[in-house]
Design a protein around this ligand. Sequence first.
Ligand code: JD8
Length: 284
Amino acid sequence: MRIDVVTIFPGYLAPLDEALVGRARRAGRLDVRVHDLRRWATGVHQAVDDAPYGGGPGMLMTAPVWGAALDEVAGSGPTGAVPRLLVPTPAGPPLTQQRVAGWAGEPWLVIACGRYEGIDARVLADAARRMPVEEVSLGDYVLAGGEVAALVVVEAVSRLVPGVLGNPASAELDSFAEGTGGLLEAPAYTRPERWRDLDVPAVLRGGDHGAVARWRRDRSLERTATVRPDLLDALLARDGNAALDARDREVLAACGYDPAGRARPAAWQTGEVAADGARPDPGR
Ligand code: JD8
């Protein structure tokens, strides 16, 4: 897979030389290229921004610079190859594992990182004449530019590219991954068995794989019901009641989640963790 990232801050993408993505690049499994937008800026000041029409705060990135950059980058592939252009913006649909999985199946992505107040809207309209264009948002908070989103997208997509992850199975068990029904992962433990008078749950040390799987499912359901009940709603909307067995319903009822939507645990949105590692239990 090839991924091109265009930005006025190429140094911001230096983390892509590290860890999983860095190793995959050096192993030739990923072709990640970072381009400095100013290469296509003209004039002594190499300006890339100008005042917004209609007034308003700040500056916008200009169309001619981005047009020239995307023409060259998107035109630099094998004959006939067309990349998918991804444009991070707080005004975009949210990034999801489903979108990531779709992009991981593509041969070539280009990510356009905006700064200032954003990019002249005609850049995307023009690009869409020649290639698929998608906007994407990391979430409902405001960043100063698209580079952080580019880092997130490149790492999330790279994990799903064959040969990049040491053990591809770990991607299958990801939270939000198709296979896990979109539930949050259960807590996990490793040695030492006892640490600061906190013990690894006995069931995980007992060797009964069925009991371990059941324990993890219960913790997954509890955590999802109290932290992200919306994910359970989505699971039930997608897979219907068949998604839950009798034990699942017991666990969910115990923590105040009612599949029929009549009851919701007091949303545990704080993210706080109690001293014993437990999550606040709104149902009890
Ligand atoms: C791209 C410029 C800054 C945004 C005025 C602050 C994504 N989840 C997200 N939050 N923010 C971004 C994002 C912010 C960006 C750009 C993405 C390009 N800015 C602008 C509009 C308000 N400034 C993002 N993905």
